[in-house]
Design a protein around this ligand. Sequence first.
Ligand code: FES
Length: 309
Amino acid sequence: MTLLEPMQPSRRPRAATKIASAVESASALDRVAEPLGGVAQRLAGTGARRSALSGTWLGHPLHPLIVGVPVGAWTSASVLDLLGQRRAARTLIGVGLLAVAPAAATGASEWADTTGAERRTGLVHMTANTVAALAYTRSWRLRRRGRDGRGVLWALVGAAAASAGGWLGGHLAYAIGVGVDTNAFSGGPQEWTRLQGDLPEAGPPEGSAVQANAGGIPILVVRSEGRIRALADRCSHRGGPLSDGEIGDGCVTCPWHASRFDLATGEVVDGPAVAPQPTYEIRAADGGWEVRRHEERDLRVNPVGPLPA
Ligand code: FES
């Protein structure tokens, strides 16, 4: 009797997986992606402009909301073309084109802080969408001159490019996690849990931050305006270590892209982050410190259970 089951032959990856992997690892794209990424960073800016483009004011990434306009308008235009409603189709193509600039600006804000595979995939996503916008522009102009047949053909080219761009956009979010709250699956302890790490028995001095650990979750512990505060240490934007950030005005500023979070509530004060930091109740106990997830503000549950310690 064998104790080990024979290994099953591995399945071949699907075509979509192979294409996505090829894009992610195409380092030749870096020659274009890196300088363009720098342009995106300058265009996205900082402070109020960055918060507006990211969707900080809304508490939700703005890009996926806005791209619904061109995608919906252009898809509907294809249906109207099938029904022979050429004039209405042209109107919808125009509506989609009006949304291209805000979709590109909010997309640039998402893309600005990416690196490596994310940045390459974002570049191809952006290129496909640019091709789509150009094809639909051509389609709209041809239709306006009464050349509906050629306009329909260019709309098909646009639809193909927009589909490729949309698929890569979904890959960026669902597979690579661009735009996802990095704390979504690390809820932290719901019962009082002892903090591990170099946390002084009296707590950190005023205005300084310490990183501790509760059951595998990095926790930022800060004394601000006389009170000890505890938040998730991993920035909800791209995972920067908030314990390396600046403390001031009741906020912590992320060292990576300068998002600011209110230390008392975890709310985002300045973007690009859009999701608040999880906050924790903290108390002194037995010569150390204990935390538990502050559930009054945030009732999200962890769908995968606590992380292993
Ligand atoms: S990781 Fe981007 S602001 Fe914190």
